[in-house]
Design a protein around this ligand. Structure first.
Ligand SMILES: Nc1ncnc2c1ncn2[C@@H]1O[C@H](COP(=O)(O)OP(=O)(O)O)[C@@H](O)[C@H]1O
Ligand SMILES: [Mg+2]
Length: 315
């Protein structure tokens, strides 16, 4: 691709004293993408985001936003993007409207028509004082301030925290519209279901390391590649083992199940060589694929298995 990436992270490392929070992380996000940044708590998501925004200084490596250097061109970067921090601090005594007026004036004015549109979409209440808001309504103010100047890029650190499901759907619709219009969305999350719903690509981070960057469609495709074959009589697994792209073959009586990659043809040919009665494809939960990434990382680190892999939200 020849376009300048909307966000580029280049060999980013950030240490806090002896502790390495982010190590040698690199990725690039193209204009028009919704990029999910997925990892459990403490993985290094906020540290990466704060480095991109020059809120903290990288130990080594660099970041670029819209072709601008995060450090040298920090003012211009902040002018052109919208940012929702994970730990949004607002003045408790201002109302929602006053908060947006204050934040808008820092940018040189408020487009109230745009604010009204966002307020309505998110069913936000701007009339009360921030101190009286629920966490959900406070989060809505945070989202409105990130979007109200119609930025080219939004960087959102765990944005759906506290939002109820219907508002989440509306919010994700906003992200899709922005991307369709050529804008770029960087979305950090610790929940697989959110990223699965909305992202075009997803990066997995764990313990400061980028484990994988995958297209969502390809992950979903992988998730669909388990097949179950029913035969008239018991069949042995070895008929299917060693076939091109076929793995994890299990035989149980007259039922064979297997995972496959690429063409289904070799598997079907072997099936029809026997007396096959039915072929069905059951979906492998995306969780399994995500957990595979996290398990590999645990093995590579020589660590013991723990339970801080990202959780699937139970809706
Ligand atoms: N200012 C800091 N000083 C020391 N350690 C920090 C600091 N900020 C973050 N960390 C540590 O770096 C790791 C990554 O944190 P963070 O980027 O906030 O994770 P995430 O956003 O993925 O939950 C954590 O272990 C956290 O405790
Ligand atoms: Mg964080």
């Amino acid at each position: 691709m020849t376009a300048t990436p909307a966000i580029e992270v280049d060999h980013l490392t950030k240490k806090f004293g002896d502790f390495t929070a982010v190590e040698d992380v690199s990725f690039a996000i193209e204009p028009g993408e919704i990029f999910g940044f997925l990892g459990p708590n403490g993985a290094g998501k906020s540290t990466t985001i704060r480095s991109i925004l020059d809120l903290i200084r990288p130990t080594s490596g660099s970041c670029r936003v819209l072709g601008l250097d995060s450090r040298k061109d920090a003012v211009e970067v902040h002018r052109r993007i919208g940012f929702l921090p994970a730990d949004l601090a607002l003045y408790p005594n201002l109302t929602g409207k006053q908060t947006l007026e204050y934040l808008g004036n820092i940018r040189g004015g408020v487009d109230w028509a745009r604010v009204d549109e966002l307020t309505e979409r998110l069913s936000a209440d701007l009339s009360k004082k921030v101190s009286e808001y629920s966490s959900g309504n406070r989060q809505k103010i945070g989202i409105i301030q990130a979007f109200m100047h119609s930025p080219e890029v939004v960087i959102l650190d765990e944005p759906i925290t506290g939002l109820d499901p219907l508002v989440q759907v509306e919010f994700h619709g906003m992200l899709r519209e922005m991307a369709d219009a050529g804008g770029t969305v960087f979305l950090s999350s610790h929940t697989i279901s959110e990223v699965e719903r909305v992202a075009d690509r997803v990066a997995f981070i764990r313990r400061g390391h980028l484990i994988a960057v995958e297209k969502m469609a390809e992950l979903q495709d992988k998730a669909l590649r388990r097949i179950t074959l029913e035969f008239a009589e018991p069949v042995e697994a070895h008929h299917f083992e060693g076939l091109d792209g076929v793995r994890d073959v299990t035989a149980e009586g007259a039922t064979i199940s297997a995972q496959f990659e690429g063409s289904m043809a070799p598997l079907l040919k072997a099936a029809t060589d026997n007396d096959v009665l039915s072929v069905s494809s059951a979906s492998v939960d995306l969780d399994e694929i995500f957990l595979e990434f996290y398990r590999d990382e645990i093995k590579a680190a020589g660590d013991e298995v723990d339970d801080d892999a990202p959780a699937r939200e139970v809706a």
